[in-house]
Ligand binder design. Structure first.
Ligand code: UDX
Length: 462
């Protein structure tokens, strides 16, 4: 099958390469000439494990091409996926849908025959119907551009796997589940290779439901994380251990252990802006009360970042002035170079504002971090970041941080204080090596390093 994919970011580039992997002929489209040039050479402009290999394979095979030319795209296929960004609007909670609208408005008048435009971006409910109006307005006489929705659930770091072997495929059609149409056939045909090799449920529904499925899924995930982080606050106050608690409640299959990882909370380009956009859209629809709890979900999440800063101040004996803090992690999660709304960088920035010399290291996110926060200190390795540090703070759970040798870090660091913002470090090993180990949600009052060696066992042995 021939198809195009508009937008070549984390979502679009992955979708384009994976569609080629499924055997389709794909044209990736973007307005960013420099990005398209890199993709044409087989270079992925961001870090995503497994993607460079399939991108290169299909650039070489000729099944995957890239262009900035919308007319070429209109001519190339009858099926067009849209995976451009829907960021938070400046100064508002609502999502900015101008890029999605822009694709539809620019592509529609160039179509010379009927086509199906498949939205994959996360959008406020009602967007697809609005886009249909834009398409109808712009198309040439006698041409029909049908808007359908097909939300994407991929996680960064697992994007290839999530695209090639999804948990489910959701297709939103104007006529809902009963609609039998060329549009439905085209979308089903695109995914047929997935269903043939590794079947997953396909849910066909109306446009509004399909749009809401995506924001509801992200709101639920955010709520689950904030739930455990709220409990984490109580654990700190009560001297309990949130990790043991999460293991225990997670054994109930109705609850499940995944996304009960207490720590610095959620960041990235999706969860924070999606819950805000959901609140804003519910408000516009007159259902604002239904989603006000998401305000609390957001607040709990942001409070964890502040708590991390407070813990660091305590670990430094009450002031950050004159202190050096190694911040291990800049990406919003491991196996990604994405620093959008990253809790790690947010904490590093706050520590710096409070007078600390902050030295950040991340295995993949350094360039993006430098561009966003040029005034922070950066190092080229975890050990280099820890040189002379009074406190070492783990903010992103990269495997190489978890595997750090506490003795090796002790050789370069000034202090012996490890703050675990992700509950990922082997606390016992660090404690045995003479470190004071402190993690979010596993609370006893923090003491300066010299006082804590004796009681630090209580932090980790419950
Ligand atoms: C999310 C959704 O998972 C995905 O389905 C959707 O398509 C896009 O948004 P992503 O943003 O890639 O994916 O990251 P995700 O793995 O969901 O993690 C989001 C944030 O939550 C990260 O900052 C992560 O560190 C944090 N998190 C996750 C926790 O704090 N605790 C957890 O237990 C899990």
């Amino acid at each position: 099958m021939r198809m195009t994919v508009f937008g070549t970011g984390y979502l679009g580039a992955t979708h384009a390469a994976c569609m080629a992997e499924l055997g389709h002929e794909v044209l990736g489209v973007d307005v960013d000439e420099a990005k398209i040039e890199r993709l044409r050479r087989g270079e992925v402009p961001f870090y995503e494990p497994g993607l460079p290999e399939i991108l290169q394979r299909h650039v070489d095979s000729g099944r995957l091409k890239f262009t900035t030319d919308y007319a070429e795209a209109a001519e190339f296929a009858d099926l067009h996926f849209i995976g451009v960004g829907t960021p938070q609007r400046k100064g508002e909670f609502a999502a900015d849908t101008t890029y999605v609208e822009g694709v539809v408005a620019r592509l529609s008048p160039l179509l010379t025959r009927d086509a199906v435009l498949v939205g994959k971006s996360t959008v406020p409910v009602g967007t697809a119907v609005r886009l249909q109006g834009i398409a109808d307005w712009h198309v040439r006489g006698g041409v029909r551009a049908e808007i359908v929705w097909n939300p994407e659930f991929l996680r960064e770091g697992f994007a290839v796997k999530d695209t090639l072997t999804p948990d489910r495929i959701v297709i939103g059609l104007p006529g809902g589940a009963d609609e039998q149409s060329p549009a439905r056939e085209l979308v089903e045909e695109a995914y047929a290779p997935i269903l043939a090799s590794d079947p997953c449920p396909v849910i066909v529904t109306d446009l509004a439901t399909s749009e809401l499925v995506k924001v509801s899924a992200n709101a639920f995930l955010a709520t689950k994380i904030s739930f455990i982080n709220a409990v984490s606050e109580v654990c700190e106050a009560a001297g309990a251990d949130v990790t043991v608690l999460a293991d225990a409640i997670g054994m109930d299959p109705r609850i499940g252990r995944r996304f009960l990882g207490a720590g610095l909370g959620f960041g990235g380009g999706c969860l924070p802006k999606d819950i805000r956009a959901f609140m804003a859209r519910a408000g516009e629809l007159g259902a604002d009360e239904a989603m006000t709890f998401l305000r609390e979900v957001d607040s709990i999440n942001m409070r964890r970042r502040e708590r991390m800063v407070d813990l660091t101040v305590e670990a430094c004996g009450g002031t950050l002035i004159g202190k050096t803090v190694a911040v291990l992690g800049a990406a919003f999660k491991p196996n990604s170079d994405d620093v959008r709304d990253s809790p790690a960088l947010n904490v590093a920035g706050m520590l710096s504002l409070k007078g600390a010399q902050t030295v950040v290291f991340d295995p993949q996110g350094l360039d993006n971090a430098r561009a966003l926060f040029p005034t922070l200190g950066y190092a080229d390795s975890a050990l280099a970041a820890c040189e002379g540090a009074d406190v070492v703070l783990v903010a992103t759970e990269w495997a190489e941080f978890v595997e750090l040798d506490p003795a090796a870090v002790a050789e370069v660091a000034r202090g012996r204080f490890l703050l675990d913002g992700r509950n990922c470090m082997p606390g016992d090993a660090w404690r045995e090596a003479g470190w004071t180990y402190r993690a979010l949600g596993r609370g006893i009052p923090v003491r300066p390093a010299s006082h804590t060696a004796a009681n630090s066992g209580r932090l980790v042995t419950s």
